[in-house]
Write a protein that binds this ligand. Structure first.
Ligand code: GN1
Ligand code: MG
Length: 368
């Protein structure tokens, strides 16, 4: 995080209305740094400023262009549907004084700004009622984007949810063992468990190659806390659009379940708390399937698999970062990535145990 004076200088490069009152850093996300800029002048918005992690998002211009295309498209759709108050329903980028979608500072950092959505809340754990609304909202989100041509978007992180690629990264990390962590018995246990499932977990990637599963425009980070709700508990806006790009819908469905349909936290120290929450699973599946009319039979058939896949993928990604010496995710303590690995793997085991139940839920709500 930067000091306030530096941030003030950055803010001055954007076309904001009113006058800066206060700047406060926000502790959200594992990747970018975020700040809220409050306005001194009444009637003017507050703003959300982010330093984009350009080591992870290598093509910042392409990334910002994606977000601009997607938010313009969503705004047009909502407006055609007669919706109002659009700045609370779709992220609104603020351009720089040079009319660009981001600002590059003298140190080579990249910054972007949005209008901040006031009186909104996000949750790390939710009720079935909210999960149902989130399911409806993510289903509508994909439906609204279904006629935006995929070729117009870049892959902001190539192979982002490609399991074969994530396993290649894992194997490379294992071979190099940069942090000298691979040989300890605990790590050995997770290595074997990852390897045991590797082939089965690459099935969707094979189905895609065979032309059986299609790619659509996905969010690719449908964590429960990327959904904003208003004070009345209505889902209002989907945020964190860095990874909106073509992908398999099972991964968006799965990532929500990974984060919301878990009785514990993503990085719970107490593994006895971690497991699938089938009530949340059911509520979200119902809302999603009611709104995602575009899905093919085979896409529906693999939704529950998507939940297992995303927990497995996140186990592999956290563990790979642990083996690499914690270079990707922000960590709060030295063993954080191992702790995350354990919690994600525990969730996967619980999903494996309840897989038939998850499939039955999806079957109950399809075509309704
Ligand atoms: C990262 O943006 P954030 O921190 O919510 C990651 C996701 C992971 C998630 C795990 C660009 O998301 O893919 O699922 O952490 N984003 C990127 O919590 O790698
Ligand atoms: Mg993100």
């Amino acid at each position: 995080m930067q000091n306030t004076q530096n941030i003030q200088d950055i803010v001055a490069h954007f076309r904001i209305e009113g006058e800066v009152d206060s700047i406060s850093p926000l502790k959200i996300g594992h990747i970018n740094d975020s700040y809220i800029i409050r306005n001194k002048k009444e009637g003017h918005p507050s703003y959300f400023l982010q330093r984009i992690n350009h080591h992870i998002f290598r093509d910042v211009a392409g990334l910002q262009q994606n977000i601009s295309l997607v938010t313009d498209h969503l705004r047009r759709k909502l407006s055609e549907a007669g919706e109002t108050d659009l700045d609370r329903k779709v992220l609104q980028l603020i351009t720089t004084t040079g009319d660009k979608l981001y600002h590059k500072d003298a140190e080579g950092n990249f910054w972007r700004m949005y209008i901040n959505i006031e009186e909104a809340q996000s949750f790390d754990t939710i009720t079935p009622g909210l999960a149902y609304k989130a399911g409806c909202a993510f289903g509508r989100f994909q439906a609204m984007l279904s006629d935006l041509p995929q070729e117009e978007l870049i892959e902001t992180i190539p192979n982002f949810h490609n399991m074969e690629f994530r396993l290649e990264e894992f194997n490379e990390a294992l071979k190099l063992d940069k942090a000298g962590r691979a040989l300890n018995p605990e790590a050995q246990y997770y290595i074997k468990e990852i390897q045991k499932r590797a082939e089965a977990m690459c099935l969707p990637q094979r189905l895609y190659r065979e032309g059986k599963l299609a790619r659509r425009i996905n969010h690719c980070d449908t964590k429960v806390n990327n959904m904003l709700f208003n004070k009345q508990g209505e889902a209002i806006c989907i945020v964190d659009l860095d990874t909106v790009m073509p992908g398999l819908v099972l991964s968006d469905f799965g990532d929500f379940m990974r984060t919301a349909a878990n009785t514990g936290a993503e990085d719970d120290r107490d593994l006895s708390k971690v497991g699938i929450n089938l009530e949340i699973f059911e509520a979200y599946a119902k809302g999603y399937l009611e709104n995602a009319a575009f899905l093919s039979d085979i896409e529906i058939e693999y939704l529950a698999f998507g939940a297992k896949l995303l927990s497995y993928m996140q186990t592999v990604r956290f563990f790979t970062d642990y083996l690499n010496g914690d270079t990707y995710y922000k960590i709060q303590h030295p063993e954080h990535n191992l702790q995350r690995t354990k919690a994600q793997f525990k969730l996967l085991q619980s999903q494996e145990e309840h897989f038939a139940g998850m499939q039955a839920i999806v079957n109950r709500y399809k075509n309704k």
